[in-house]
Write a protein that binds this ligand. Sequence first.
Ligand code: ATP
Ligand code: MG
Ligand code: MG
Length: 415
Amino acid sequence: SYRKGGYHAVRIGDPFASGRYIAQRKLGWGQFSTVWLAYDTHSAKYVALKIQKSAQQFAQAALHEIDVLCSIADGDPSNSKCVVRLIDHFKHTGPNGQHLCMVLEFLGDSLLQLIRFNRYKGLELNKVREICKCVLIALDYLHRELGIIHTDLKPENILLLSTIDPSRDPIKSGLLTPILERPEGGTLNGGSAYIEKKMKRRAKRAVATISSRRDSMGGQSSKPPRCLDGIDMRCKVVDFGNACWADKRFAEEIQTRQYRAPEVILLSGYTFSVDMWSFACIVFELATGDMMFAPKTGEGFSEDEDHLALMMELLGKMPRKIAVGGARSKDFFDRHGDLKRIRRLKYLPLDRLLVNKYKFAETDAREFMEFLSPLLDFAPEKRPTALQCLQHPWLNLRSSDGQSNVDAGMNKLKI
Ligand code: ATP
Ligand code: MG
Ligand code: MG
């Protein structure tokens, strides 16, 4: 990807924008860009520098992202809406072409890293609640005030606030954690990393299967970074490369596979409520360490059909009208609203799953489900809005137990 039209190769110490920004260290990358920690000599602060690939379509995407980030910044002068702040943008010419660059406020680790550091055990519910509040503040702002749909909410695109004073060197002070390596440009979209060996076809489609990330990272016991110890869990939503205005949508196929709403699979049209579906998937993953839905292709059925089957096994049968109502419905459902190729579903409601598999206490499971399940309504218009979620009593409950949900359940079992 480091060729004409692709990424710009950066060396530590490279200057950008006529010397204003000095590259320090790679923070991450995506399909569109590499992201660098840079020192801003004007403000004497550290910033994140997102350097886009140079080809026309990437430049176009960056211009769109800058446009979205500008509206976000304009509408939130006090920077309190839990969305990443665009500080500056410019063009940089290198051997691979002209790259659009975005200067963003420097944030910390992603929720995906947090889940990994926690060894996929699930975070304490109190921490999950704090994260939920931030993400909901962001979604309420984007949806209700700006009319923007994010369309790619997932743990990688929610970053914790670094507790580092931005004028201190985050590397020297030991507060910046190394980025866990993954294949360049690899995303969850392809799902190719999924490795499952022995199980038979039926068992393969178990509800909330262990995620591909867990398979590839499961044995790893990375130490939690110091900046995660005992802080309040505040975070911000990033990556507006795929965001759109509700009245100006671009793509039909949106969202990363595991966080994709049913109406997107069925091509029934979508609006803000697709973000609420992804939000629910993320909350489940934070609390349990497992992805809520990790579909895969099987003998005689597609990944899409498996995904729909997993949804129904957890949430109950999809109402016929919704099942047959999309442009792609005929690919999956017969006219009765039954899946064509996956006939016998193994239903296991969310609260039972939480108790049986994740060893939640009964009360925790019931309360958690009361918050989560309305967000997973197959009817998009029935899902609560971010504002309605912010008013939900679950967010203000307090578990006295400092342990993770899973551990707490285990102890109860022993007693
Ligand atoms: P995608 O392929 O997901 O569209 P992308 O090329 O649009 O990716 P981003 O998701 O914006 O890039 O950023 C890639 C990674 O860089 C993030 O997952 C994160 O690890 C890191 N990153 C992005 N923005 C920041 C920031 N403001 N502060 C710190 N790290 C960041
Ligand atoms: Mg991203
Ligand atoms: Mg992006």
